[in-house]
Design a protein around this ligand. Structure first.
Ligand code: 13P
Ligand code: SF4
Length: 323
């Protein structure tokens, strides 16, 4: 087995941690708050979440919750999407600096110029983008529904796909539709080493390789199954394989190991053996910050109402077009 994961279930809970968990639980009740967490959060955050999911599931959960307050343990674009869907709710993010390279590398003004260069194109944007980019898009997708949505688009319309070109290339291959890409990439998924993956495959020939579509195409070509974080988890549950080489952010290994203690999950090191495939933005959220934001009701996600309405349209279209 390669590098020991930081996500193996740890116990027992230290005493001060117990007090902290008690305080979080009291405040969550008092404020009628729901804690939503992405699979790339630290294990201790996943363990206190009311709901854990991929981007699509988290959007759906945010849209349907009866809670007054959403504590979004994920990155900024995810919390922003929750606010777009639920303007009347208070949306908190434990660390406001939890960004995403895909969203950061697609500034709204440059994206507007890019769109203007392709005026006849249908614009489909990955949910990993800012509200301003969403507002300029015809449709939003996630890694879970992108192929299915692109297949539903009119055959005679050319398509712009932003901002992740790795996801875009995979969608192009699966949907057999020609896409024009914005040149964005995720620093985390781009850091996996092909050489390390091949070595692991040779060492564990029975293991299935499961990958997130944000990985580069040379790695995806070596994968047995490709899908969103939730789909990777579901696949590992239904697959007959007993071991898996996991090409995505290692936070998800916590749920895999909790749900499937009899199976083995192997991490793939980054280029030069670095452990750079832990998302530095996702990891900014901590239990301390979850407690602080519930105490202070800050930091909150707020946005201009005009922008929110424009960004809502392509998200609603996505939700209505997704199975
Ligand atoms: P999922 O929608 O598959 O959870 O992906 C979100 C993400 O940011 C992957 O890097
Ligand atoms: Fe963004 Fe990549 Fe982190 Fe996902 S893993 S939030 S795409 S930087």
């Amino acid at each position: 087995m390669t590098a020991v994961s930081a996500y193996q279930t740890v116990s027992p809970v230290p005493q001060n941690r117990e007090a902290q968990l008690k305080a979080i639980n009291l405040l969550r009740k008092e404020r009628n708050a729901i804690i939503l967490a992405h699979y790339y959060q630290d294990a201790e955050i996943q363990d206190i979440a009311d709901f854990i999911g991929d981007s699509l599931e988290l959007s759906r959960k945010a849209a349907n919750t009866t809670a007054d307050v959403i504590v979004f343990c994920g990155v900024h674009f995810m919390a922003e999407t929750a606010k777009i869907l639920c303007p009347q709710k208070t949306v908190l993010i434990p660390d406001l600096d939890a960004g995403c390279t895909l969203a950061d590398d697609c500034p709204a003004e440059e994206f507007e110029n890019f769109r203007k260069q392709h005026p006849d194109h249908f614009v489909i944007s990955y949910i990993n983008c800012t509200a301003s980019v969403k507002a300029q898009s015809d449709l939003i997708c996630t890694s879970s529904n992108a192929v299915d949505l692109v297949k539903q688009l009119p055959k005679d319309r050319p398509i712009l796909f932003a901002p992740d070109q790795n996801l875009g290339r995979w969608v192009q291959k699966k949907s057999k539709r020609k896409l024009t890409f914005w040149p964005g990439r995720c620093i985390v998924h781009e850091s996996f080493s092909e050489e390390a993956l091949i070595k692991l495959k040779l060492k564990y020939p029975q293991a299935e390789v499961i990958a997130h579509p944000e990985c580069q195409s040379n790695l995806l070509e070596l994968a047995d199954f490709i899908g969103s974080t939730s789909k990777l988890l579901k696949h590992s549950e239904i697959s007959l394989a007993k071991s898996f080489i996991v090409l995505t952010e290692p936070g998800i290994l916590h749920q895999m190991r909790l749900r499937l203690p009899g199976k083995t999950f192997l991490e793939v090191p980054g280029i030069d053996g670095c452990s750079c495939n832990a998302c530095p933005y996702m990891r900014l959220n901590t239990l301390d910050k979850v407690l602080t934001c519930l105490e202070t009701m800050k930091p909150q996600i707020n946005m201009d109402e005009n922008l929110r309405r424009k960004a809502l349209k392509p998200i609603e279209l996505m939700l209505s077009m997704s199975k």
